[in-house]
Design a protein around this ligand. Structure first.
Ligand code: SF4
Length: 213
């Protein structure tokens, strides 16, 4: 059984898949406590679903075939691997949002990983497992830096240089309460940095605190 925070259908708000119809499965529980966390309601949940129950639920959204498994931190629950397998067998494209602190070694090839590297402003800047860089694939996967200010921006830039990540799909996502996207855009243009500025589309379309979108 998997502890679930919510399952819903909406528009993907992040990553290179932003703008596409997508089903979200939010698993409950997280091992981190980022300062800017906008899903702290997912830390605990008493709702449990079997893999079959989840598959039946997501079928309600046919013909949508894009699914994101997110959290919380989905990799804290080992049964998530069974869910990957079932969704894949049913023809879904599976995106996984993970916070970078859990080993990615056993994630199946077909899962598209969107992996956070936590910057200083998160308060969890030492959480990223460096060995995970071995398992993030240039062709499919994405690395996300959530930025709270200019310190985070420079920290992320240094991280990309230090670990030679410039060939990867890199997302820079501002916490808009503390970092104006215009400032971030200006720095990216000045530095000619080859990364993707990402705004959380769902927070622009709907109220920024609205759940289930
Ligand atoms: S990893 Fe994600 S869910 Fe966990 S505390 Fe940080 S922002 Fe929140």
């Amino acid at each position: 059984m998997l502890k679930i925070s919510e399952i819903f259908y909406s528009i993907q708000g992040e990553s290179t898949y932003a703008g596409l119809p997508c089903i979200f499965i939010r698993l409950a529980g997280c091992n981190l406590r980022c300062n800017y966390c906008d899903t702290n309601y997912s830390y605990k949940s008493d709702i449990t679903f079997s893999t079959n129950e989840i598959i039946n639920k997501v079928k309600e959204y046919n013909p949508v075939k894009l699914i994101e498994i997110t959290g919380g931190e989905p990799l804290l629950q080992s049964e998530v691997y069974k869910l990957f397998d079932s969704l894949h067998k049913d023809g879904y494209t599976v995106l996984l949002e993970t916070n970078g602190s859990i080993l990615l070694k056993d994630i199946p090839e077909y899962v598209i990983k969107i992996v956070d590297v936590k910057c200083l402003g998160s308060g969890e800047e030492n959480s990223f497992l460096i060995e995970n860089l071995e398992y993030i694939k240039i062709e499919n996967d994405q690395i996300k830096f959530v930025l709270t200010d200019n310190f985070d921006y420079n920290w992320a830039k240094d991280f990309i240089m230090k670990y030679k990540l410039s060939n990867y799909e890199i997302l820079f996502s501002p916490v808009t309460d503390t970092l104006n996207p215009q400032d971030l855009a200006k720095w990216l243009i000045e530095d000619k940095l080859d990364v993707r500025l990402q705004l959380q589309l769902h927070k622009i379309i709907w109220d920024k605190d609205k759940r289930g979108v």
